[in-house]
Design a protein around this ligand. Structure first.
Ligand code: DX5
Ligand code: ZN
Length: 216
């Protein structure tokens, strides 16, 4: 039987004036997780939402949260979001000095720990951390904005990461974020993806359930 891909719609593309309604709609449409993009205006040139807003989204969501931190001063932000008990909390490898310490800190709180790679970051950097993490989040656009084009070399990188993951930690989930649509989903599945983030593809459509089903 073919494995189904998990879908985590990104709230970045939702209507921010109707966040509660939007999260209700994607949950009812059958998403697996709700992806939350936290941006600080320093690590990326954009600002989104902090724990106060995310706390309300969590209350309105029937699905687990998948939080993606695009921030500097990562340990500070990790401690702001741990009390919200997301299912997954992911941090950028480019910004963390003591990665094992931070990963263990997240896991000690009963939260799945993810490590994010920017599109140009060499996947070999994961070699010594991969056995300790629950999720690899591969960026297929430069983080900071929704609606950007998928960077084609991400497919080669995904294939390399799948080999590394299968060798070092088969239980670790492979997730991709940025420019995912019905145009590239088959190639992503062929390369072994477990979970996709989709912002504009889901929220710019009329029928969220149909878009989520198209990615599955
Ligand atoms: C980009 C964010 C993504 C983004 C995805 O910095 O991490 O989650 O919202 O949006 P789309 O699917 O529109 O590329
Ligand atoms: Zn994201």
């Amino acid at each position: 039987m073919k494995k189904e891909v998990l879908v985590s719609p990104s709230m970045l593309a939702a209507d921010f004036l109707r966040l509660g309604e939007e999260v209700g709609r994607i949950c009812a449409a059958g998403c697996d997780y709700v992806h939350i993009d936290v941006m600080d205006g320093h690590f990326v040139p954009n600002l989104t939402m902090g724990p106060c807003v995310v706390e309300h989204i969590a209350k309105a969501s029937s699905k687990p949260l998948d939080i993606h931190l695009m921030v500097k001063n990562v340990p500070f932000f990790v401690d702001l979001f741990i009390p919200l008990k997301p299912a997954i909390l992911s941090v950028h490898i480019e910004e963390v000095v003591h990665l094992h310490r931070l990963i263990w800190h997240i896991k000690d709180a009963g939260i799945k720990a993810g490590v994010v790679l920017n599109p140009h970051t060499n996947e070999q950097l994961l070699e010594y951390i991969l056995p300790d993490i629950d999720v690899i989040l591969l960026m297929s656009v430069n983080p900071g904005f929704g609606g950007q084009s998928f960077i084609p070399s991400s497919l080669t990188k995904l294939a390399n990461l799948k080999k590394m993951r299968d060798r070092l930690n088969p239980a670790c989930m492979l997730e991709i974020d940025g420019g995912v649509s019905d145009k590239n989903i088959q190639a992503l599945k062929n390369a072994g993806i477990d979970m996709v983030v989709a912002g504009s593809f889901v929220f710019n459509s009329q029928d969220y359930a149909k878009s989520i089903a198209a990615l599955r």
